[in-house]
Design a protein around this ligand. Structure first.
Ligand code: ATP
Ligand code: MG
Length: 603
């Protein structure tokens, strides 16, 4: 491509909409343009990058024996009603764009494709002889994200590779799951990314085991906890650890109520009493709304120095949904003043609550509110003795309290604690957890029979019995992956693409297009490089040399050839974008040398 003949626009200034480096650079260098919230146009250079990423993914998927297909983006609501996800996705999370067609039938725009593929499997798979199979597609997904941001990182329209596998039993699923794990490692390695596979929460998709692939970068929205020995890595949403031992800085041998003015926080209370935060039982109030409209007030007791993990809590509340004749959680929040007014019978002793907070704080006869607190306790609080906690009387706390004496231990003992950096690892307490930021670019799940059971997708096994298909699903954010490569690789002057996914490998820059010698050598190199399979641009624009050099750096093409001053000696300047190394090279050597570099990088 000749830059003089294509749409090539770079910006000197950072776009106002962009917060993180990769987003700024992709806009400035002319790769993407925003047309609306979470909607980006992939301009020609970006499209080349995305196609390269897609091709790497395709190669690795095909190598596992998976087959490519293309599913419909329009999805009938009935399929999602069968799986039980229509309400969660359109109302609760509200992540799914829903619409009515001209006949008034409800449709959704695909945020993911479990329902569609399961219907296909239900229709087509009859016998164990057809299994296992694995189908994948690379396609645009739609999600009405609450906070679209960071360019392609969290779009409302983005490209995903999603694969779905079907099996007779869990062992076969495990095999494919492992093959997909290995394929994902290959994909990320080939794209030149530094990453980590971590244990993950399975979220609304459901199922048992799952792993996320995190590209490590400071701008990552996820936190990863891991150990140096490489034995443990998990998303903080899922991570477990051994908490620090509880400390006793002051003993409270006697149960009593003390005046503790202005101590609504753990820090203020421990300072006032001279005790350790880990001597306090903290009681946190949450409000959960289930899919049947039921609101339940949840009171969680946890050790004062620890925090509740919303994801773990969400999962525990899902497990007890049936107790409230519900199936899923629609919303989970700490109720604010306005929310409290809807159910509180009297002002709550916020900051001074204890585990025995009476149920009469809830108005008794509200139709959609459970009249009792759902009480839970984290194991860290169970172990405490002679502890400090609230008195349900603002300005006062009790000390020297014990479970089974002053307070009844809640029946639901559940781990809802957030693991943090510095905690000891469960597999080896001598290993402290370390923290890193990550961008989730892939997620693989062992779904099991959740969808096949809900949707009646069965097969006949060797023993003649009808059984639900065992499923796995495997996603990669293709557009997010491409942007994370930039987030991991840039400098003050612009993008530094890893060679395998760079839009072009080389750029020939002509400092002065009016110089016939420069143009002649550049034209020859441009043609010969392309002929040799080195994807090459020619900067033959009527621009100053300085502008051209700046643009070449900004756009991040790995190798730059400049037909400049040393032309007289039969040489050109060759510059490596990543290291900035530059050398004067005999014109005759250029094509072979750059071709060698490109081949080496492609592996
Ligand atoms: P996140 O927690 O970041 O919202 P997710 O758990 O919703 O991701 P999945 O449903 O597992 O993601 O989708 C598979 C992959 O698609 C993710 O690993 C991610 O790389 C990508 N992805 C998800 N949402 C977006 C988005 N809004 N924009 C771009 N890529 C996305
Ligand atoms: Mg999401």
């Amino acid at each position: 491509m000749r830059l003089s003949q294509i749409l090539f626009v770079t910006l000197r200034d950072d776009p106002a909409e962009a917060e993180i480096p990769s987003h700024k650079l992709l806009v400035r260098a002319g790769y993407i343009r925003r047309v609306g919230s979470g909607m980006y146009v992939y301009l020609p250079f970006m499209w080349r990058v995305l196609q390269k990423v897609s091709q790497i993914i395709r190669d690795e998927m095909n190598a596992t024996g998976a087959q490519e297909c293309l599913l419909t983006q329009l999805q009938p609501a009935e399929l999602w009603q069968e799986s039980g996800r229509w309400d969660t996705y359109t109302k609760a999370e509200g992540i799914m764009f829903a619409l009515d067609d001209r006949q008034g039938r409800q449709l959704g725009l695909g945020p993911t494709h479990e329902e569609v593929i399961t219907t296909v499997a239900r229709d087509m798979i009859r016998s164990y002889r057809q299994l296992p199979v694995n189908l994948y597609q690379i396609q645009t997904k739609f999600r009405d994200e609450i906070r679209p941001r960071f360019g392609l990182m969290r779009g409302r329209e983005f490209i995903m590779k999603d694969a779905y596998s079907f099996h007779t039993h869990a062992d076969s699923l495990k095999q494919t799951y492992e093959a997909m794990h290995d394929a994902y490692c290959q994909i990320l390695t080939r794209c030149g990314l530094e990453f980590r596979a971590v244990q993950a929460d399975s979220g609304a998709i459901g199922g048992s085991g799952s792993q996320e692939f995190m590209v490590l970068a400071a701008a990552g929205e996820d936190e990863v906890l891991y150990t140096e020995d490489g034995q443990y890595a998990a998303n903080v949403e899922k991570a477990v650890s051994l908490p620090p031992d509880a400390e006793v800085l002051k003993s409270f041998n006697q149960y009593e109520k003390l005046e503790t003015p202005n101590t609504p926080t753990i820090a203020s209370l421990s300072e006032f009493l001279g005790c350790a935060p880990s001597q306090i039982v903290k009681n946190v109030l949450y409000q959960v709304v289930y899919d049947n409209g039921m609101t339940v007030l949840v009171l969680i007791s946890i050790r004062g120095d620890q925090d509740v993990n919303d994801t773990k809590l969400y999962n525990e509340l899902t497990k007890v949904a049936a107790d409230f004749e519900a199936t899923t959680v629609i919303a989970l929040d700490v109720p604010d003043v306005e929310a409290q007014q809807k159910w509180a019978a009297k002002p709550l002793p916020l900051g001074y609550i204890n585990p025995g907070l009476e149920d009469d704080y809830i108005q008794p006869d509200l139709e959609h509110v459970s009249p009792k607190f759902l009480r839970m306790v984290d194991p860290t609080a169970v172990d405490l003795q002679q502890f400090v906690t609230g008195s349900n009387d603002p300005g006062f706390h009790v000390v020297g309290a014990n479970w089974g004496a002053e307070f009844e231990l809640p029946k639901l003992v559940v781990d809802v604690r957030t693991a943090i950096a510095g905690d000891r690892a469960t597999h080896d307490p001598s290993q402290p957890l370390q923290t890193a930021r990550g961008i989730e670019i892939g997620h693989i799940f062992q779904l099991g029979t959740k969808y096949s059971e809900q949707m009646g997708a069965t097969f006949t096994d060797e023993d003649g019995k009808n059984k639900p298909l065992v499923m796995g699903c495997y996603g990669v954010g293709v557009s997010r992956l491409a942007q994370s490569a930039v987030e991991q690789s840039y400098d003050d002057n612009g993008i530094i693409w890893p060679v395998p996914i760079a839009p072009y490998h080389a750029i020939v820059v002509v400092p002065n297009i009016n110089d016939a010698d420069q143009m002649a050598v550049a034209e020859t190199l441009y043609a010969d490089l392309n002929a040799a399979g080195v994807e090459t641009l020619l900067d033959d624009r009527k621009e100053r040399a300085g502008v051209k050099f700046k643009d070449a750096e900004l756009v991040g093409i790995p190798f730059r050839v400049v037909t400049g001053r040393s032309l007289k000696e039969g040489k050109v300047e060759v510059v490596k974008r990543a290291s900035g190394e530059s050398e004067e090279m005999a014109i005759a050597d250029v094509v072979d040398t750059i071709k060698g570099w490109v081949d080496a990088a492609l592996g």
